[in-house]
Design a protein around this ligand. Structure first.
Ligand SMILES: C[S@@+](CC[C@H](N)C(=O)[O-])C[C@H]1O[C@@H](n2cnc3c(N)ncnc32)[C@H](O)[C@@H]1O
Length: 335
């Protein structure tokens, strides 16, 4: 490979990581991924907060990643916090605050002065309890659509940091809580009394990489497919788009799915209407007949249910389960 080709294989953020000497590339493998995640924000006036300036107790050492970020985001406002005193000459858009990542009063001051943030990176102590405390204190200061990154989560498994090799301790528990928050609507189906953290409805996604978690903030109010609610904006957007598409290009399968949506939402009349209309065009479509049977059953219309079942039996005459359901329905009618 030629020298120039090798140069072009490095993304711009990784090149800056090499230039400024942060361990985000080399010891770790974060910067190509960060470039993938953040290149779209590169020329925007973003606000970034990083826990951990670097250099530990040495006041005149550190700032590598902050300098990298300042160069990568030419219009960005960069904030670094560190528990240790820092005397560094950094680019003018970078500001440092001294304090601990587990001190909520300190963190509030930083957020009030510099937030809200598009990106927060935890590259501080990597002590699992600290990781959790910082996430709880700082996630509210992430903008909608922003990201919270937790680096070096390998310490979750290391007892020397307070982690657990058996279950990943507090960091993995946080990851589990975030996944539960993502599924709050599903958990509520089985446990209405379940309480969630305040951020439950603001978790858009959780992505896990080697040594890294990326939490994206955003709306998480999609309903469960069980107990579907058409008043929910996500559900109503889905219903509208399905209707719109099928109006111009109807398919039996699509209409059966739409009828199923109305059934999930507790609207059997609408489901039936969709099915009956579609069945006039596709009289022998199994999916439509199943949906129509479901709607008729919901409406307690036994006769219509039998009618749809008979038509299904004509399509699958050898289906014993279908025959049994039909026999049961006929018996019910006689009672
Ligand atoms: C790995 S270094 C940060 C490196 C830097 N982000 C970079 O990539 O160039 C970790 C830093 O976190 C700081 N730190 C450790 N515990 C902390 C705490 N409780 N609160 C804030 N900073 C802490 C340390 O002083 C150290 O400078």
């Amino acid at each position: 490979m030629s020298k120039s080709k090798a140069k072009h294989d490095i993304d711009p953020l990784t090149r800056l990581a090499i230039k400024h000497g942060t361990d985000k590339w080399g010891p770790h493998f974060y910067t190509p991924l960060y470039h993938e995640l953040f290149s779209r924000l590169r020329h925007r006036p973003i606000r970034l907060l990083e826990i951990g300036v670097g250099g530990y107790e040495l006041a005149t050492v550190g700032g590598a990643s902050l300098t990298m970020w300042a160069e990568y985001f030419p219009h960005g406002q960069i904030t670094g916090i560190d528990i240790a005193e820092k005397r560094l000459t950094l680019p003018p858009r970078v500001r440092l605050f001294r304090g601990s990542q587990v001190d909520p009063t300190f963190l509030k001051t930083v957020c009030d002065e510099r937030g809200p943030f598009d990106i927060i990176i935890d590259d501080g102590s990597h002590v699992p309890q600290h990781v959790v405390a910082s996430f709880e204190a700082l996630f509210p200061a992430v903008v909608d659509g922003g990201s919270y990154l937790i680096e070096d989560i390998q310490t979750a498994f290391w007892p020397s940091f307070g982690g657990s090799v058996f279950d990943g301790g507090a960091t993995m528990k946080l990851a589990q809580t975030i996944i539960e928050c993502l599924n709050h609507a599903e958990i509520a189906v089985a446990d209405r009394a379940r309480r969630f953290p305040a951020f439950a409805k603001q978790i858009k996604s959780l992505r896990a990489f080697h040594n890294l978690l990326v939490v994206e903030k955003g709306d998480n109010s999609e309903p469960s497919n069980f107990g579907y609610d058409l008043n929910n904006p996500h559900a109503s957007r889905a219903e509208q788009s399905i209707n719109q598409e099928l109006r111009s290009a109807p398919t039996a399968e699509g209409l059966a799915n739409l009828a199923g949506l109305y059934l999930r939402a507790g609207q059997p009349e609408k489901a039936r209407e969709v099915c009956d209309k579609a069945l006039s065009q596709w009289p022998a479509n199994g999916e439509l007949l199943i949906a129509a049977h479901g709607a008729a059953t919901w409406q307690n219309d036994v006769l219509a249910g039998i009618h749809y079942l008979e038509r299904l039996c004509q399509i699958e005459p050898d289906n014993a389960a279908l025959q049994a359901t039909l026999a049961k329905a006929r018996t019910r009618l006689k009672q």
